[in-house]
Design a protein. Structure first.
Length: 171
């Protein structure tokens, strides 16, 4: 059962990533990427990293995807064609992949990988994870935080509107 679940989640991740890369509408692409990130979180949970799975959902599928949607809406994408939005085939892949993802999540909850003796030795506690992250990789964490700060400042600089301060433009 675990092997089938693993390959199903891997297939969902690959399918949603390919669909994300091939969509013309950027909002649809972000939604497919959110599905891929949820499938990865379920894979992390199944492999014995529940903290990493929670961070995957909270940080990537939550915060960063909202930021991506904000940037997409900032650039004002063109409105979709009304003729193709009502087709039933348009909804087939999102509904199928979302339902399959929910079924895999339900199977994982019912299966409870922590109860298995073979997996319990691989579970990492938050204390062990924090110790490894901030003792062994402290420099990498700080460098990544600086890169994210520079990206936020750059996004603010690109997104703001410039005001003219000359007297000719004011009147």
């Amino acid at each position: 059962m675990v092997t089938v679940l693993f390959y199903t989640l891997a297939a969902i991740t690959l399918a949603t990533t390919v669909l994300c890369l091939t969509r013309n509408n950027p909002v649809h692409a972000v939604l497919y990427l959110v599905q891929a990130l949820f499938a990865l979180a379920l894979l992390y949970f199944m492999l014995g990293a529940p903290l990493l799975a929670a961070w995957q959902v909270i940080l990537y599928a939550g915060a960063i995807m909202v930021l991506f949607l904000f940037v997409i809406m900032l650039f004002e994408p063109p409105v979709a064609d009304k003729r193709t939005s009502g087709r039933l085939t348009h909804w087939f892949f999102p509904v199928m992949l979302g339902g399959l993802l929910l079924a895999c999540g339900g199977a994982l909850i019912a299966m409870d990988p922590a109860a298995k003796a073979s997996l319990s030795s691989y579970w990492l506690t938050p204390r062990d994870y924090g110790r490894a992250l901030f003792e062994r990789y402290a420099l990498a964490v700080e460098i990544i935080s600086l890169i994210l700060l520079f990206a936020a400042v750059g996004a603010f600089h690109l997104g703001r509107r410039y005001r003219s301060t000359t007297k000719e433009d004011v009147s």
